[in-house]
Design a protein around this ligand. Structure first.
Ligand SMILES: Cc1ncc(COP(=O)(O)O)c(C=O)c1O
Length: 438
């Protein structure tokens, strides 16, 4: 196959500068362990686990074999009114990882679908308990909750919403938690717990009984890894409890060991009512997401419907797809057998030291990090975001894949990364960032 602009033209690529890409394609044709290979045979270190998916590394045979075996036995069956065993087993495995009271799992096919499903579960729950007037949702500036209409409505990133003004009404954003005085803080920053009072202000302005749920990412990932200030999530929890508001953690990036714990909830010691997850659930090997809810939410919705009736009018043709469940189960086995969440916790200091060592570079304006996740901000160029895109491309040709959003790099290596590979990553990062001077 020839990789020319002609042969690439028909695919309208997502979140991509299509014209630029097709001029100079960057195609990945192979992945193994923490490495990727492009179509020219160049080897790259994967510093962002693909897109925060490949926690156990690429090319895991156990997952491929489980999917193959599943497809040979049962490739597909309708998920409405009937089912297949693997989804029940995977739900049980997920429930064993979530906080104690969160034991019910609804399957979807992506993080975006998980977020839209969580919105609908929140509405269904309040309606079932006679509080259908709770129609308002709270989100946060700089939030990323996917690209479906619900997730875009909750989004706090301007480029993701300015074209799409006709989204859900009744969503208001709290301020984001990036503060100048926290610059270059490793772990949770000391300042900013008071930003949670924005939720209290919305309660005071709109009335707590009109608010259905407050959505936050434990760490705001896609905007550049904003770690919540100490006491911030705890205060959100308090305000939610006092006002009957559901607290939803969007764990799509933080879930499955990224922070050295199963989920962000455990890393920060705050239990939400609902959790969304995707990505590393299947190690990225099959598209899958899930929403896990507290027993009380499941029981309230289910018990409100007449006996024998469908309780929640929601679901996807591919909810709990057999191949995705097989991938999910094989992935959970790997996490458990190789103790990868503990491994991430053990590796965290070494990783963060390596990333924070870049702070002497002239172009670096802030670094944040926790677990195996870090954000690096660079000085914007002529137009915000342009330099980030340039650096991402240069890193690619220098042998490192790192996801950028605007002028922020989001570093999140696979949990199986070796120390020597972290050294390799930081050496390429340093050399590449040094190419960009003001
Ligand atoms: C916190 C969060 N929520 C939702 C999503 C959307 O997930 P997907 O791209 O699988 O739809 C993402 C993707 O990065 C995410 O980071």
């Amino acid at each position: 196959m020839q990789y020319t602009a002609n042969t690439l033209e028909h695919h309208w690529m997502p979140f991509t500068a299509n014209r630029d890409f097709k001029e100079s394609p960057r195609l990945i044709t192979k992945g193994e362990g923490v490495y990727l290979w492009d179509h020219k045979g160049n080897k790259l270190l994967d510093g962002s686990s693909g897109l925060f998916c490949s926690a156990a590394g690429h090319g895991r045979r156990e997952i491929a074999e489980a999917v193959y075996a599943q497809l040979q036995t049962l490739d597909y069956t309708a998920p409405f009114g009937m089912g297949q065993p693997a989804s029940f087993e995977l739900a049980r495995r997920i429930a064993a990882l979530t906080p104690d009271e969160i034991n019910h799992v609804f399957f979807v096919n992506s993080g975006s679908e998980a977020v839209d499903t969580a919105l609908k579960i929140s509405m269904a729950y309040h309606r079932a308990r006679g509080e259908g007037q709770r129609t308002r949702f709270i989100s946060r500036e700089r939030a990323y909750h996917g690209v479906n209409i619900g997730g875009v409505s909750l989004s706090g990133m301007v480029k993701n919403r300015e074209t799409f003004s006709g989204v859900m009404p009744n969503v208001v954003c709290m301020r984001h938690t990036w503060l100048e005085e926290n610059a270059f803080t490793k772990g949770q920053p000391a300042h900013g717990a008071e930003l949670a009072e924005d939720l209290q202000r919305f309660v005071d302005t709109y009335g707590g009984t009109t608010i259905a749920a407050c959505f936050v990412e434990p760490i705001a990932g896609s905007t550049g890894a904003l770690i919540p200030p100490k006491g911030y999530l705890e205060r959100l929890r308090e305000i939610c409890d006092k006002n009957g508001i559901l607290l939803v953690f969007d764990e799509v990036i933080c879930g499955f060991g990224r922070l050295g714990t199963p989920f962000g909830a455990q890393a920060f010691g705050v239990d939400p009512d609902i959790m969304t997850m995707a990505k590393a659930l299947t190690n990225g090997a099959q598209p899958m997401g899930a929403v896990a809810v507290k027993d009380e939410i499941y029981e309230t919705v289910v018990n409100a419907a007449p006996e024998g009736a469908i309780e929640f009018f929601h679901g996807y043709t591919y909810s709990g797809h057999p191949a995705a469940c097989a991938a999910g189960l094989a992935t959970q086995d790997i996490y458990e057998n190789e103790k990868l969440f503990d491994r991430a916790a053990d590796l965290s200091d070494y990783f963060l030291d390596a990333v924070f060592a870049l702070q002497d570079l002239e172009i670096v304006t802030d670094i944040r990090g926790l677990g195996l996740m870090a954000g690096i901000d660079v000085k914007p160029g002529r137009v915000p975001g342009l330099r980030g895109t340039e650096i991402q491309k240069r890193l690619f040709w220098n042998g490192l894949h790192i996801k950028f959003t605007g002028d922020s790099a989001i570093v999140a290596p696979p949990l199986v990364t070796e120390r020597s590979q972290i050294d390799e990553m930081s050496a390429i990062l340093r050399a590449t960032l040094e190419e960009f001077r003001d």
